[in-house]
Design a protein around this ligand. Structure first.
Ligand SMILES: Cc1cc2nc3c(=O)[nH]c(=O)nc-3n(C[C@H](O)[C@H](O)[C@H](O)COP(=O)(O)OP(=O)(O)OC[C@H]3O[C@@H](n4cnc5c(N)ncnc54)[C@H](O)[C@@H]3O)c2cc1C
Ligand SMILES: NC(=O)c1ccc[n+]([C@@H]2O[C@H](COP(=O)([O-])OP(=O)(O)OC[C@H]3O[C@@H](n4cnc5c(N)ncnc54)[C@H](OP(=O)(O)O)[C@@H]3O)[C@@H](O)[C@H]2O)c1
Length: 470
């Protein structure tokens, strides 16, 4: 039988895992990667980036961290080296085309509007239907179209397309005399250059996610209180310290003193993944105490010629540089890869990216999305999904009919809504991941009880190694 051709877009952890599991089923996938290296977001980050969770939770099930890495929270270079060695160990490199930007994909096949089974058959490879993948080689500036039987999108959510706030005309950066950048521009600089860039400048960092927090700390250590860095943000989320005896975060942060108590429950912030890990919290609060970091909460702001004006109380924050650490437009990136607006709308037309098993859209043929839905450890979630997908591609199981798939998606939407409240649209399943994994295991014919003995299954935490193939 003719071998089916699979295209994988992206060589971050999700794309590498997809490649490895496709190879394990005898496919010969081709991976397109825009960068010159594997690792996605880990290729280049700001200096202080480390894993946000202990490394036991961020590892490949069949390729544990080497014993030479003794840090519980490895730094960016260590994570990148680990990802690279995974790609080398499983011989994934020959399958990757670097400097290859996928400009768009188009489907050539029957309409999916009225089918009752995904692809018309419930299987991954129907008798008709191909994707055309248009790829630009960024070194030679040439374009080639690849025709394939299946596409796996592993484009990532936190890279490439910055999300910037909108401002009314006359209130935006055009009226500001200083500089304004997105955090991705700061991350792209060499570490010394980044420190030099902020040196001696009064900085406002907009956004208090992990990137905003880290950049503000770097500015504070470069400048001290003479040139303070202001973090301007809309709402508080829970921050975790880095003292984890027996896996329990025990450092108590003085958040009440600095008016940083979130209006959300810890459980909700855990469920949405909005809880932030704050390494060396004592240093952060010392910087706040000294005035090197200032915290300002506000729902609306605008630019004026010298800086930022807070509209609620008319405070003017004079500044030389504004850094928007306001995240990325992951949905927009996903949507724009489809040349057909219909497929794009399937992705972006609902409050969250709603997929069957967080992977398949019932009306998008011969295509899977890996790594969009986040969890507390994206690596192990992507690995489970890739295993599940490879089993589907291999015909180990079939998908239920479209009506059943949609019912299941709606059910999961409800669970996620209950767990994530107003942040439902973030498509995060942190508090549901064991349950979710149980479903994947059952589909693949694997026992979801991965540990020996009932007590262990009920009381011991689950992690990536529990799902290693036995
Ligand atoms: C700084 C930072 C730190 C993080 N730390 C953690 C952490 O500690 N724990 C955790 O669980 N998660 C963390 N995350 C979340 C992180 O996104 C995931 O852990 C994971 O690395 C994502 O992998 P991915 O392969 O899904 O996406 P990415 O790493 O984003 O990889 C996507 C790849 O696709 C490529 N690509 C995109 N579009 C195209 C195109 N059109 N053509 C060709 N190639 C394309 C990109 O170049 C990229 O290499 C972090 C994210 C960031 C930004
Ligand atoms: N391992 C690490 O050390 C590390 C380092 C950096 C990043 N990361 C990860 O990378 C991912 C991206 O992180 P990120 O911090 O870049 O982005 P993010 O988590 O999306 O945070 C964006 C921040 O910007 C704010 N924001 C968004 N739009 C805004 C607007 N229009 N006006 C004002 N504020 C706005 C958000 O506030 P609201 O809450 O009010 O929306 C939030 O505080 C996350 O998963 C993060 O955990 C990890």
């Amino acid at each position: 039988m003719e071998k089916k051709q699979i295209a994988i877009i992206g060589a971050g952890i999700s794309g590498l895992l997809a490649c490895k599991y496709c190879l394990s089923k005898g496919f010969d996938p081709i991976v397109f990667e825009f960068e010159s290296d594997v690792g996605g977001v880990w290729i280049k980050t700001i200096k202080t980036t480390r894993l946000q969770l202990p490394k036991v939770m961020y590892q490949f099930s069949d390729f544990p961290w080497p014993p030479s890495i003794t840090d519980v929270f490895p730094n960016q270079q260590q994570v990148l080296d680990y990802i690279r060695s995974y790609a080398t160990h499983f011989n994934l490199m020959p399958h990757i085309k670097f400097h290859s930007r996928v400009k768009g994909i188009t489907y050539d096949g029957p309409s999916s509007d009225t089918w009752s089974l995904w692809n018309g058959t419930g299987e991954a490879f129907p008798p008709q239907g191909k994707w055309n993948v248009t790829v630009e080689n960024t070194q030679t500036a040439t374009t080639q179209v690849y025709t394939v039987d299946f596409v796996i999108l592993s484009l990532g959510r936190f890279k490439d397309v910055p999300k910037l706030p909108d401002f009314a005309v006359g209130k935006g950066p055009e009226v500001f005399r200083g500089q304004r950048i997105h955090s991705s521009e700061y991350s792209a600089m060499d570490h010394d250059k980044a420190a030099e860039f902020v040196k001696g400048k009064k900085v406002v960092v907009v956004g208090f996610g992990k990137t905003g927090l880290d950049i503000a700390r770097e500015c504070a250590s470069a400048n001290g209180p003479e040139h303070p860095c202001t973090i301007l943000y809309r709402r508080d989320h829970w921050k975790l310290g880095d003292w984890f005896p027996w896996g329990i975060p025990l450092y108590s942060l003085p958040i009440a003193k600095y008016d940083m108590v979130p209006q959300y429950s810890v459980l909700q912030d855990v469920s949405t993944g909005l809880i932030t890990y704050m390494p060396n919290p004592e240093n952060f609060f010392k910087a706040v105490e000294k005035g090197s970091i200032k915290l300002k909460k506000s729902q609306s702001c605008r630019f004026y010629d010298q800086g930022i004006l807070i509209e609620e109380d008319n405070t003017q924050i004079e500044t030389d540089l504004v850094i928007f650490a306001t995240g990325f437009d992951g949905v927009g990136k996903l949507k724009s890869i489809f040349e057909s607006p219909t497929f794009g709308h399937f992705i972006a037309g609902t409050p969250r990216v709603s997929l069957y098993r967080e992977t398949i859209h019932p009306h998008i043929p011969q295509l899977a999305i890996i790594g969009y839905t986040e969890s507390s450890s994206s690596l192990y979630m992507s690995e489970m999904r890739c295993r599940w997908l490879a089993a589907l591609l291999d015909g180990v199981f079939k998908l239920p009919n479209v009506k059943e798939m949609k019912k299941d998606i709606t059910r999961w939407d409800e669970y996620i809504k209950q767990a994530s409240g107003e942040f439902h649209h973030l498509s995060t399943i942190c508090s549901l991941e064991i349950w979710y994994n149980d479903q994947l295991c059952k589909d693949m014919g694997m026992n979801p009880m991965r540990k020996k003995g009932l007590l262990a299954n009920v009381f011991e935490p689950y992690g990536p190694l529990d799902y290693a193939e036995k």
